[in-house]
Design a protein around this ligand. Structure first.
Ligand code: PLP
Length: 342
């Protein structure tokens, strides 16, 4: 049996999700007439403490609809240099939005208010006007790092002071909330708009939501339509999303405990470097010194353990609902064996 730790996106819908999908009341959501989509959007808005929310196809679409709604072509967006919007969205901000990304180096994914303030453009016709600040919490490439509330609050206060919106890529905002021991809305309160994914650790098959002010969501709805993201009887998808939000949030703590367990085991192996205390959520990124990252990933794949190389010498394991503590023990034994034979 394969143990798949490539991503929390590989999770499959639960039996309860399947039942809810099959029983979902539906309508044409482009007309705003799908009752299940409307229920999901209300639930998401309430959980994030925002006026309204909108179901989109993916996290990437959610972030890009957000950028398009916040920014005009020729403006600049401040981002952290390892964030998903900069790294993994196929250049969409420039290809679709005509916006320029200003990438700043973060510490464990976090930017300081001072750093962001220094990057806000002056009122000068030579410069692209700053239109938006983006943060990512939890931060994927920083190993699922949680940005502390105080750090989010200080950047948000700065954004407000400069009259700039702040968009949070909260693909894994519920992982952050569980790790911080706060409600997701406390994190979302540090942002003008938020994107989060149903299709990662929460286990739904498809979908993300964006949440924010009512008039902003109305404008975002038009951008979603322009991009071809107006879905019809999307209640079939939304039904699984409701189950995800109602039943799958608290159990993320289990994924975090499994990630920490894995990290402690990995840290004890010669040829690997990581600090288990830095593993706060469901992502474990470690450095491999004996083998290159692609070579280690391949050696593990041959032993039925799947994971991903982040770059030449870093490997990522992601825990999720479809792996158990016993799988973690097996995974550690497999890594040990692969390193011994290398
Ligand atoms: C996965 C992810 C996204 C994008 O989600 P997709 O549904 O894969 O498009 C955005 N931001 C972060 C931080 C992610 O991890």
């Amino acid at each position: 049996m394969m143990i798949d730790l490539r991503s929390d996106t590989i999770t499959v819908p639960t039996p309860e999700m399947r039942r809810a999908m099959s029983a979902a009341e539906v309508g044409d959501d482009v007309y705003g007439e799908d009752p299940t989509v409307n229920r999901l959007q209300e639930l998401a808005a309430e959980m994030l403490g925002k006026e309204d929310a909108l179901l989109v196809v993916s996290g990437t679409m959610g972030n890009q609809v957000s950028l398009l709604t916040h920014c005009r072509p020729g403006t600049e967006v401040i981002v952290e240099q390892d964030c998903h919007i900069f790294y993994y969205e196929a250049g969409a901000a420039s290809a679709l939005g005509g916006v320029q990304l200003r990438a700043l180096p973060g510490r464990r994914g976090a930017l300081t208010a001072e750093q962001v303030e220094a990057a806000i453009r002056a009122d000068d016709i030579h410069q692209p006007p700053t239109a938006l600040i983006c943060l990512e919490n939890t931060h994927n490439r920083a190993g699922g790092a949680v940005i502390p509330l105080a750090a989010m609050q200080s950047v948000y206060a700065l954004a407000v002071r400069h009259g700039l919106p702040l968009h949070l890529d909260g693909a894994r905002i519920f992982n952050a909330a569980i790790a911080l021991g706060v409600a997701a809305k406390e994190i979302a309160a540090c942002a003008t708009t938020v994107q989060f994914c149903l299709s990662k650790g929460l286990g739904a098959p498809i979908g993300s939501l964006i949440a924010g002010p009512r008039d902003w969501i109305a404008a975002a709805r038009r951008w979603r339509k322009r991009l071809g993201g107006g879905m019809r009887q999307a209640g079939v998808i939304a039904a699984a999303g409701i189950v995800a939000l109602e039943t799958m949030v608290d159990r993320l703590a289990e994924d975090h405990a499994n990630a920490r367990f894995l990290a402690e085991g990995l840290a004890a192996l010669p040829g690997l470097e990581l600090d288990p205390a830095a593993v706060e959520t469901n992502i474990v990124i470690f450095k491999t010194t004996a083998l290159s990252a692609p070579a280690l990933v391949e050696a593990l794949r041959r032993r039925n353990l799947l994971c991903v190389a982040m770059d030449a010498d870093r490997v990522r394991f992601t825990t999720h609902k479809d792996v158990s503590r016993a799988d973690m023990e097996k995974a550690l034994a497999i890594v040990k064996d692969a390193l011994r034979q290398a």
